[in-house]
Design a binder for this molecule. Structure first.
Ligand code: NAP
Length: 305
């Protein structure tokens, strides 16, 4: 595949940035990839493993001369990082990010950027519960969706170029507005994570079930909750603080449905339960048919997840 951007700068060198670098290299999409992360330790690991072509000592140095800059840091620090890099951005560059929340990131980042750059927020819907500079892998985005925030008209050539990059890294690309993105993700990702955190927290509190029993019998549904609940605490704190309205709306609906199921159990209303579970089973089928998961009993994941 042809080079799409001569120079790409990745700010943050964790799971997403590392996977982007490896996926760009796999397909030869970037001439040179520079990178920067906050801690000297992460920068040293990235240098040692050759995660990017050149590790820089500041965010400003990393973005100098870059045609594409991607902010791959937690949502809560996007604004501060944008302020830091703004004076060093090349005119005509594209600035993007990979944050899991879009409206709050746009509000934090856009005011700092000069008019001479195109800002195109993005969110790859791919991840694992692992984080840090050793966690990335080239296949992370294969057959996954990446959402670009665009009104379909503005910055068209720049949006098409970024789209080509994500497709080159293996992803399918969709475009939508920021508020719709935040609502969709509240349903498909943010609220499910909160429920998983809660369920694992409940099991931890329930002293009638011993720790060894929880671990021993976890295959019966609990194991996948623990995998999700092991996700990075900083990232998920920032997601809930920054997608407050949509998450609260979906949580409200979730609580209502939970009460309805609780009532059906108490009243012995088997029809209600059966109908409900039939509907949810069809949603699962739809996900498998769309190629977004496998029907294998272990969800196609190896024992390490
Ligand atoms: P990660 O593995 O924890 O990496 C975060 C990186 O950001 C680290 O290299 C960290 O550096 C760096 N960083 C933190 N604060 C910084 C600052 N002020 N200046 C410069 N670098 C800073 O996280 P990740 O999973 O790649 O997530 C990155 C972004 O992708 C987040 O916005 C998240 O919402 C989004 N996202 C995550 C997933 C997922 O499932 N993980 C999926 C899609 C999108 P140090 O190592 O030095 O602390």
């Amino acid at each position: 595949m042809a080079v799409i951007y001569q120079r790409v700068a990745l700010i943050g060198l964790g799971l997403i940035a590392g996977s982007m670098s490896l996926a760009m290299r796999r397909a030869g999409l970037a001439g040179e990839i520079t990178g920067y992360a906050r801690s000297a330790e992460t920068r040293a690991i990235a240098t040692e493993t050759g995660l990017v072509d050149r590790v820089c000592e500041s965010a400003a140095a990393a973005v100098e001369g870059a045609d594409l800059v991607v902010l791959c840091v937690p949502v809560g620090v996007m604004g501060a990082v944008a302020a830091e890099i703004a004076p060093a951005l090349k005119a005509g560059a594209t600035v993007s990010d990979v944050g899991s929340v879009k409206r709050a990131v746009i509000e934090a980042v856009a005011p700092h950027l000069p008019d001479t750059v195109d800002f195109i927020p993005a969110h790859p819907l791919a991840g694992t519960e692992h984080s840090g500079p050793r966690s990335g892998f080239a296949e992370l985005f294969d057959n996954r969706w990446c959402i670009l925030i665009s009104d379909g008209v503005r910055n068209r050539p720049a949006v098409d170029r970024l789209r080509a990059l994500w497709e080159g890294m293996g992803a399918h690309v969709d475009e939508m507005d920021a508020d719709h993105h935040d609502l969709v993700l509240a349903v498909t990702s943010h609220t499910p994570h909160l429920i998983a955190y809660t369920m694992v927290g409940v099991a931890d509190d329930l002293r009638r079930v011993t720790d060894s029993e929880v671990i021993k019998y976890s295959a019966a549904g609990f194991r996948d909750f623990t995998r999700i609940a092991a996700s990075d605490p900083t990232m998920w704190r920032d997601v809930f603080l920054n997608n407050k309205d949509a998450t609260l709306e979906i949580l409200g609906r979730f609580t209502e449905e939970l009460f309805a199921l609780q009532r059906a159990i108490r009243l012995g209303d088997g029809d209600h339960l059966h109908d409900y579970f039939t509907r949810t089973r069809a949603i699962r089928r739809g996900i498998i048919d769309a190629g977004q998961d496998t029907a294998a009993p272990n969800f196609g994941r190896g024992s390490k997840g």
